[in-house]
Design a protein around this ligand. Sequence first.
Ligand SMILES: Cc1cc2nc3c(=O)[nH]c(=O)nc-3n(C[C@H](O)[C@H](O)[C@H](O)COP(=O)(O)OP(=O)(O)OC[C@H]3O[C@@H](n4cnc5c(N)ncnc54)[C@H](O)[C@@H]3O)c2cc1C
Length: 491
Amino acid sequence: MLEPVADMTKLGSKPSGSLDGRPAPRSYAGSTTAVVWFRRDLRTGDHPALSAAVRSYERVVCIFVWDPSLLSRTGQPRLRFLAGCLSSLDRDLGSAMGKGLVQLVGEPETVVPDLARTVGADVVYVSADFGPYGSRRDNAVESALGADGARLVRVGSPYAVPPGKLSTSSGAPFQVYTPFWKAWRQQGWQQPIPAPPETLLAKITRAGVGNDVRVPEVAPCVHPLPPPGEEAAHGRLESFLAGPVRGYKDQRDLPGVEATSRLSAYLRFGCLHPRQILSRLDPTGRGEQVFEKELCWREFYADVLWHRPDASNQPYRAEWSRLEIDRGPLADERFEAWAQGRTGFPIVDAGMRQLRSEGWMHNRVRMITASFLVKDLHLDWRIGASWFMEHLVDADLASNQLGWQWVAGCGTDAAPYFRVFNPTLQGEKFDPKGTYVRRYVPELAGVSDMHIHRPHELAGSLLAPLDYPQPIVDHHAERDEALTRYSRMRA
Ligand SMILES: Cc1cc2nc3c(=O)[nH]c(=O)nc-3n(C[C@H](O)[C@H](O)[C@H](O)COP(=O)(O)OP(=O)(O)OC[C@H]3O[C@@H](n4cnc5c(N)ncnc54)[C@H](O)[C@@H]3O)c2cc1C
């Protein structure tokens, strides 16, 4: 539960200003001071903005802002994970020695300049944010700081190659993944830099900030979340590299097997930078090569969204806004069945329940559940995407919205619109023994392997599972319906 927020104006008095109207000079106890504003970069290792600040300034105040407009869109598991990452960062920044991370609550445009003024900083360092909201917010903070005689300095980004850096030979943004991937590899990235040494971290201070800021209290949650923070992220990377990465190429599509890295939440909050992963991959390993390509999808989608911020809520391909979408009470009922994992299609239900119970879903199952919403239920991809955004701990606007658009067929590199996943066959192919389904749909625990993805065929027999719904739609009929709608849209 979120608590009422502290008023940033209590942090310190506004500068009185000089008689000629210019801002008061920036200094605190005669020292030069910088602020480092952490956002999607909750770590100390390979953090160019933090390193630049502690190298160049005598005092460094590290902050995180609980931004109400982001809080309202963040589900409890993600908030909980974020809170854990912040505690871990606070420790790493020296909270035991009275230093650490200063947490503020309020509109960044107001609280960041207020804090900079209070501590006498004339510069605020950040890792650049390329998302539509993040860039707007940073531009607003930059103007507010500028009006006050201070600067926002962007150093580094959450990507190995920042969005907007690469373009096709004709200078256009990439719209297709494979050429982007080739250009991305060719561009390359720097080696990660270590965390600043203790002597430089000693410059971190809370002096002048005051202690009257209360941060939101995040209620504990029942989800089995990954352990938060930078150290845990490195631990996860090490255990993935020590074994599973070798089977990644062949097993990453099997949701019943722990074959993927589970690094997405750490990348989301920047507990780990992609450079730190890429620099550890053996370029000759088959699993590593495929894994590197997956990391590149994250960068590709960030690049696409940077060029087309409207793609966060509009189809990338404009003609798709003509597609007929179901609305009304039956559509609402079907959406609810999908969201609660009660569609009668075991792989879809297992995925949706994994999302609700763990704040994460396997990639193959994200594709199957998304396809089901769009192509079997004929619902708007945006309502599915927003459900994912609310419930995923790793929710990332670019990867999520463009991942949904890819499945729906309206995005870049889109899966051909006429390829409609059959959820039963997908289940049989990728979860042949029903290991994954049985884990999340206990009603089906006793069903044989032969029927685990077709429990409806047992209807009327003694073996029929109790309390498991019949399929809410006929897949073959809905597939035909989807193809008819696509032809009408393209006519
Ligand atoms: C409909 C849909 C929605 C998605 N929403 C998100 C989201 O909100 N946040 C998110 O991080 N990923 C999203 N993905 C991509 C992918 O499902 C997750 O990144 C992956 O399942 C995370 O698990 P992992 O870390 O074990 O992945 P691994 O297989 O170990 O991959 C390593 C990393 O590569 C990146 N990656 C892998 N596949 C993709 C991909 N298809 N697109 C973009 N990045 C990828 C991720 O950063 C991931 O952590 C979505 C995919 C689909 C189809």
